[in-house]
Design a protein around this ligand. Structure first.
Ligand code: RP5
Length: 165
């Protein structure tokens, strides 16, 4: 069990309904041994929670925030405006517009407050976990080795030829 002081990554999401997607980021971080926390923080439903989280993030020792949201997905952008910690945005695949709404509202940040935006949905969430690990690995050689091994194992798992099975 990690102590509160070990936690370097915050995974936040606008709703419980985002968790099946955001879990992909958590699973990658678990695989790589990166301590993280998971929180529901909604820009419009719990704005005070968003504000408090962003205000305290750096002081609590967080190094990266992964923020997933769907639809009018202003959570990552609002969080980026409140903290200098890198924010990685995950556009949730919404029902109405298949996540294009989420993607556009996360990726199209005006100059000054960037959000590193991943692909829509589960692949984007998994890549957010990998991106967070890569950022932390810049100053953590043990994690860098684990990430190198993870990448090598993925490469190794790809067959050279397609099969009919
Ligand atoms: C956003 O609204 C959340 O990020 C979620 O993707 C979307 C829908 O939320 P629910 O109505 O499922 O709670 O705030």
């Amino acid at each position: 069990m990690n102590s509160e002081n070990d936690i370097r990554v915050g995974i936040i999401m606008g709703s419980q309904s985002d968790w099946p997607t955001m879990k992909e980021a958590a699973m990658i971080l678990d695989d790589l041994g990166v301590a993280h926390e998971r929180r529901i923080v909604s820009a419009h439903r719990t704005p005070d929670r968003l504000w408090d989280y962003g205000r305290d993030a750096a002081g609590r020792g967080l190094r990266v925030i992964i923020a997933g949201a769907g639809g009018a997905a202003h959570l990552p952008g609002m969080m980026a405006s409140k903290t200098r910690i890198p924010v990685i945005g995950v556009p949730i695949q919404s029902r109405a517009l298949s996540g294009l709404d989420s993607l556009y509202s996360i990726v199209q940040m005006p100059r000054g407050f960037p959000v590193a935006t991943m692909a829509i949905g589960a692949s984007g969430a998994a890549n957010a976990g990998l991106m967070a690990a890569a950022i932390l690995a810049l100053s953590d050689s043990a994690l860098a080795e684990r990430l190198d091994a993870w990448r090598a194992a993925l490469s190794e798992s790809i067959p050279e030829e397609p099969s009919d099975d």
